[in-house]
Design a protein around this ligand. Sequence first.
Ligand code: SF4
Ligand code: SF4
Length: 185
Amino acid sequence: MNACKTVKAVSDTVKGLWSLVVGLKVTGKNYVSPQLTIHYPRKTVDNIETYHGHIELVGKPKEPAVPRCICCMLCVTSCPSGCITVVKQKEPKEPARASADAPKEMLGEVGEKKAPPMAKPAKTPSRWKLNYNLCSLCGTCVEVCPVKSIRFSNDVYIAGYSQDDFVYDLLARLREQAGEGEGDR
Ligand code: SF4
Ligand code: SF4
């Protein structure tokens, strides 16, 4: 009986030691392998161009603080997660008139100036919000936008304390990126 107990104890000890050897082997292998992670925030990576973070707005070439968005609402209706909110800017009560410097077209038969044609009010968003808590990064909004006003950011270093911290005002972010004012994202 005692002999059986001794054999079992020796067997358990050998198994335990072998498990230790296997563990040390794995640790040793990883210890000498090239490091794949960085000591954030002391260091940051410099190859994040291809990272697909949350979406952001693209500005007009000549007015980088103004989004290309024409408020067609395609992204809003296509988003499977319902995380985009776009509010169109209210049109002015008296729409702006086109320039009156067009004498040929605007002169009547008796030489009087016709009223210049109404200029179409620009469709610009007054609010453009993303609830990143709900976003699945599916890319549908990027694909459907007819004026290429949405792209993926490479914003990798994001953190927050509550869900509200991940609701982004992308108009403010665009203004901040263009060097105008401060955005919350
Ligand atoms: S990436 Fe997909 S889930 Fe995220 S906002 Fe765009 S459409 Fe919605
Ligand atoms: S799909 Fe493009 S143009 Fe249309 S509302 Fe969205 S961002 Fe604006």
